[in-house]
Design a protein around this ligand. Structure first.
Ligand code: BGC
Length: 365
């Protein structure tokens, strides 16, 4: 079978051939991988700047945003059935007894850093024709979401943020009729975050660099959010020109941009960072103003990474709602579907919103 792997030592990304997986045992499930989405993290790994192969391996099979079909189940599998559509989660728990989050199946909050992430950190990913996974790490997907369910993993990042936001903003016990929310960045994570906020009835804005007449801006408006172009409103003028936001969902991964946007956070607001910036040269921040405002405005700044099973389940419910409300906009997020041979070029290149590698079709042998 074919897979796409990165070889960090020789700096190569290529299609490789591997033996077919052996028959499944225990609680393992054999999956036929249907589709794998590509994101900024894959591009960083493909540029040899992030990620790590499994110990002892010279390569890492890429892919952490997958949709798959169950082909065979081990004898101890309880709920997964042949023919089911599933999305596997990414992170696996660390082995340390003292890591309470991992022992509670909340490895998204691992405290030791010894977790694995499939396709990212020390575990092969899903960009291969077949893969084996523990039943416990699979999330069932309704068949009617088959053509967009590859978006579940990136949406799970927004869903975890939404779960956190709900818990944290429970500190404001009065009814808030009107929540103004801003997604910073119009990449897949920003757009999916904005869709999630629209589904949750927030008055949603997306801020990005593309002009107000661009396709990206049109896509934003198509699902009922307001597009704000950096070419019309500089970040520093957002507060005066557009007003403040109760929630800002950062999805640009550029720290200078992210911190400039904190100024537009309103009283009692929550700023959520999701981007992982590359290490650059230090840039100055006016820490007095930042701290003064955070205190005087009762603000929260939150970082969030990865997602638990509950966030995947929430993401699937939100995807279903989004497909009911604006199916064309959801489908428009997937701008490329290419075969596995084209994956290395896609991973080392740019363009489009969500690029997907199509490996197989559901139901085919
Ligand atoms: C993935 C997360 C992962 C994070 C850090 C993101 O691209 O969506 O699952 O935890 O990278 O490696």
């Amino acid at each position: 079978m074919r897979a796409v792997a990165v070889f960090p030592k020789v700096r190569e990304v290529r299609v490789i051939n591997l033996p077919e997986p052996p028959p499944v045992t225990g609680s393992h499930v054999l999956l036929k991988v249907l589709e794998v989405g590509i994101c900024g993290t894959d591009r960083e790994i493909g540029a040899f700047e992030y990620g790590a192969p499994p110990p002892g391996s010279d390569h890492l099979i890429l892919g952490h945003e997958a949709l798959a079909e169950v082909v065979a189940t081990g004898p101890d599998v309880t709920w997964v059935r042949k023919g089911d559509l599933v999305v596997p989660t990414v992170r696996r728990p660390c082995p340390q007894a003292r890591c309470r989050p991992c022992r509670a199946e909340r490895q998204d909050f691992c405290v030791t850093g010894e977790f694995w992430e499939r396709g990212i950190k020390e575990a092969h990913g899903f960009l291969q024709e077949w893969t084996v996974e523990e039943e416990a790490h699979l999330v069932a997907v309704p068949r009617k979401l088959a053509d967009v369910a590859v978006l579940t993993e990136p949406l799970s990042v927004a869903a975890k943020a939404a779960e956190q936001a709900q818990a944290l903003q429970g500190r404001l016990p009065w009814e808030r009729a009107h929540v103004r929310a801003l997604a910073l960045g119009a990449g897949p994570v920003g757009l999916l975050g904005a869709m999630s906020m629209v589904v949750n009835h927030f008055d949603t804005f997306v801020y990005s660099l593309e002009p107000a007449a661009s396709e990206r801006a049109e896509l934003v408006r198509s699902f009922g959010a307001t597009y704000l172009s950096g070419q019309d409103v500089p970040l520093g003028e957002l507060r005066q020109k557009v007003g403040t936001f109760d929630i800002i969902y950062e999805a640009v991964g550029v720290s200078k941009v992210a911190f400039a946007a904190v100024d537009a956070l309103g009283a009692n607001g929550l700023f959520i960072f999701t981007g992982i910036p590359a290490h650059g040269s230090p840039s100055p921040v006016d820490t007095d103003t930042l701290m003064r405002n955070i205190v005087l405005r009762n603000q929260l700044l939150l970082g969030t990474v990865n997602a638990s099973r509950s966030a995947y389940e929430l993401a699937l419910r939100e995807l279903e709602q989004a497909m009911f409300l604006f199916p064309r906009s959801v489908r428009a997020l997937i701008t490329h579907r290419v075969p596995i041979e084209a994956a290395p070029a896609l991973i080392t290149g740019h363009g489009g919103v969500k690029q997907v590698i199509a490996l197989s079709s559901a139901g085919t042998p």
